[in-house]
Design a protein around this ligand. Structure first.
Ligand code: GDG
Length: 720
């Protein structure tokens, strides 16, 4: 295994004080097992690693196989790089500019110098062909600087904060340098697909690069771009939460608060992105309107001091403290203060006890890459109690869909969610918590680190392979699929396992593909489905799939059983059909295909200009009827009144089979909803050319058949 080097602005250490008292002198440093360390701990157990971070002295702190190396940075540069460019320009810009970013040239120059110092240090110490994993927004130039110095290294980059929409990113005066800096990596990871996509759009917009299969092509290299949502050490949190003294401390905390009926909690760095002010206002509103009782409800806000030298941070602290004072002033009674505000860092066990003492956790950032606090709270609730109110604008919201999701800009919405969470029946809270816990335990800090490093090392986009052939099937992680716990294999039909032919009713599947799907069907813990835009009945007839292979028709509206429209949908569909028939009658070659929940208007046999024109008229005519969804495909437009997407069906199948991993293969625009929905160990493969959110690509249905055969063989071997 090549050597691993982790590069981050900070070293994972904390000071040791005389008598453990933070007001006393620092006597040394010890390893602080925070998020990243626990993520990488399983990696460190089996391989040597070096962690490079800023620091002036050589810290003699080793942790098993982990060694520390420092990069020394001049104090002035440190200020301009850290408080300056990193936290006054990039941080606000990447968080949707919720405060105005400040751009100073001298600060960017310091950022360049510090990034250069980091790259040089790594270049100096890295063994040949080492794996280097660079972290976060302070070090975005390191990948390209390092590649120039050491082209032999395999370089990964992970961004812990969101990536902004391309129109916003475009305001950055050094947008080009930042993008080119990142593209020095072989693999760039983000928390969510949205972030990854925004990055790709920015590369298209600012560098004129064509995005290809979720992979950018840069100077004859391939750079993988993907979503790797970070998790936490769920077992660790859960185990601490189960210890008797932590449970006892939780009881004690509630008693110290005056044994309230309802306890709410917020835990954040004191940062303007975290929406602490919003939740204070929403909470106060709930008490003022007497929807919850001020005498028996307590809200605890832990605010960890952060970046206190930056004016916007001083401002948000003042704002929050003013609100706490104002609300407590008007709502408190003797012996009952509704808001408990703690501006300090708590010991880890105290924090966990607080999670346990809490009925409703409030996580309301205006924008957040992931938000680990939400996941920690869930991991600690071993008895499946408790409720989470979670901002839609966190990465965590994409995974924890069973939380009470809120728009943090809507104070009334947040208040309503607080009341709904407080008044929800126990079994509802439990149902939601159980589902969230299974997510938090399934994708942990450890799986995150392993997935990223595997993707980097197996060379989805290896620096060393200059790619002559874009249809590089070798990199598809077949072994990972073959060894997954429960595999769901979903393939589109037309153009994926059958060749496109002029008469849709003549489209037959490639026999080898059918054999492979049959073989996969027979492997334990493997489910197989054909997911098509065709009507279910028609798909069944045309594909003649063997029993046991699930069939999904009408783009996901028919999962194994035919769709039934309600009377109003039926009427709407009839209206669409009547209007479309009139238009189609005027264009030779055009025809309408009727499906249970939609009609498809095909123009592939028309003269191209007339076909395009017809589609425009359809879009502007029946396509605009309220309740109708228009969906473009290859030389076809479909108007549907039953709005399922293929992604919905795949999600439903994943849930039904409790699948741990999904393989989805498709060729059409309508398959993109599924590609965009994949995450973790899932694999999306696009057939043929054209932009796609899929990370892999093959050329033809024959390639798909070959691939399925290889997968079937490998998975049968694993199952033995
Ligand atoms: C960045 C991104 C992304 C908080 N108070 C105390 C305490 N904490 C710990 C929590 C949690 C961590 O700090 C905060 O993590 P978050 O994820 O919530 O937020 P950021 O610091 O902004 O982290 C974020 C993350 O990177 C990882 O990629 O999720 O989106 O902004 O672990 O427990 N810990 C202790 N006492 C406290 O008082 N011991």
């Amino acid at each position: 295994m090549p050597e691993l080097i982790v590069v981050a602005n900070r070293l994972p250490v904390e000071p040791v004080y005389v008598d453990g008292d933070p007001d006393q002198e620092i006597t040394g440093w010890r390893l602080a097992p925070g998020g990243l360390v626990s993520a990488l701990e399983s990696v460190f157990r089996t391989e040597e690693a070096i962690w490079v971070g800023a620091g002036s002295e050589l810290l003699d702190v080793d942790h098993g196989n982990l060694h520390l190396e420092t990069v020394s940075v001049d104090a002035r540069d440190m200020h301009d790089y850290y408080e300056g460019f990193s936290n006054s320009a990039i941080w606000p810009l990447y968080h949707d500019a919720v405060v105005t970013p400040v751009y100073h040239r001298h600060q960017f120059r310091a950022y360049e110098r510090v990034n250069k110092a980091f790259a040089s240090r790594v270049a100096e110490i890295a063994q040949p062909k080492a794996t280097v994993w660079v972290h976060d927004y302070q070090l975005q130039l390191v990948p390209s600087m390092l590649r120039e110095m050491r082209p032999d290294l395999s370089i990964g980059f992970f961004l812990h904060i969101p990536f902004p929409p391309s129109a916003l990113f475009a305001q950055l005066p050094w947008r080009r340098q930042i993008l080119e800096g990142l593209l020095g990596a072989d693999l760039i990871g983000f928390h969510t697909h949205d972030d990854a996509r925004q990055f790709v759009y920015s590369c298209e917009r600012s560098l004129g690069l064509a995005a290809y299969e979720g992979t950018m092509r840069v100077n004859n290299r391939r750079v993988g771009v993907g979503a790797f949502p970070i998790g936490i050490d769920a077992e660790g949190f859960s185990a601490t939460a189960a210890t008797p003294h932590v449970l006892e401390r939780a009881r004690q905390l509630r008693a110290e608060m005056g044994s309230p009926t309802t306890v709410l909690l917020g835990v954040d760095r004191l940062d303007y992105t975290k929406g602490i002010d919003i939740r204070l206002k929403a909470f106060a509103e709930v008490l003022q309107d007497e929807r919850l009782d001020a005498a028996t409800t307590v809200f605890v806000q832990v605010a960890v001091p952060s970046r206190e030298n930056i004016s916007q941070y001083q401002q948000i602290r003042d704002d929050i403290e003013m609100l706490v004072g104002r609300f407590n002033g008007s709502l408190a009674t003797f012996g009952a203060t509704p808001i408990h505000y703690l501006r300090r860092v708590l010991e880890r066990e105290e924090l966990i006890a607080l999670y346990l003492a809490t009925d409703i956790m409030l996580v309301t950032p205006l924008r957040d890459g992931m938000n680990l606090v939400a996941k920690e709270y869930v991991a600690c609730r071993n008895d499946d109690t408790g409720a989470l109110v979670l901002s839609e604008f966190t990465g965590a919201a994409q995974e924890l869909a069973q939380a009470w999701l809120v728009n943090p800009y809507d104070t009334s919405g947040v208040s309503e969610a607080i009341v709904a969470a407080a008044q929800a029946p126990d079994d509802e809270r439990q149902r939601r918590m159980t589902a969230m816990r299974s997510t938090v335990f399934a994708t942990t800090a450890q799986t995150w680190a392993r997935e990223f490093l595997t993707a980097l090392r197996t060379g989805i986009a290896s620096a060393h392979a200059s790619v002559e052939d874009d249809r590089d099937q070798a990199s598809i992680p077949l072994e990972q699929l073959a060894s997954s716990q429960h595999l769901l294999v979903c393939v589109d039909y037309d153009g994926t396992i059958s060749n496109i032919v002029t008469d849709p009713d003549a489209a037959r599947p490639v026999p080898e593909a059918v054999e492979a799907l049959e073989m996969l069907r027979d492997v334990p813990n493997t489910s197989v489905a054909v997911v098509s835009g065709r009507a279910l009945d028609n798909l069944r007839t045309v594909s003649a799939m063997p029993d046991g292979i699930h069939l999904v028709g009408s783009h996901g509206a028919e999962v194994d059983v035919p769709l039934e429209l309600d009377p109003s949908q039926r009427r709407l569909l009839d209206q669409c059909t009547a209007a479309a028939s009139e238009l189609v009658a005027q264009v030779p070659g055009a025809f309408i295909e009727a499906k249970p929940g939609s009609i498809a208007i095909h123009v592939r046999q028309c003269e191209p200009k007339a076909g395009a024109n017809l589609i425009r008229h359809i879009v502007m005519g029946p396509g605009r009827y309220p309740g109708v969804l228009g969906r473009h495909g290859k030389e076809v437009i479909e108007l549907s009144v039953a709005h399922a997407q293929k992604a919905d069906a795949v999600r439903a199948l994943r849930q039904r089979f409790d699948a741990s991993t999904v393989l989805f293969v498709g060729d059409d625009l309508t398959d993109e909803s599924v590609f965009a929905d994949l995450s973790g160990q899932d694999v999306g493969i696009k057939v043929g050319s054209g932009e796609s959110a899929a990370l892999w690509r093959v050329e033809s249905p024959q390639d798909v058949a070959l691939l399925l055969q290889r997968l079937a063989q490998e998975r049968s071997t694993f199952a033995v």
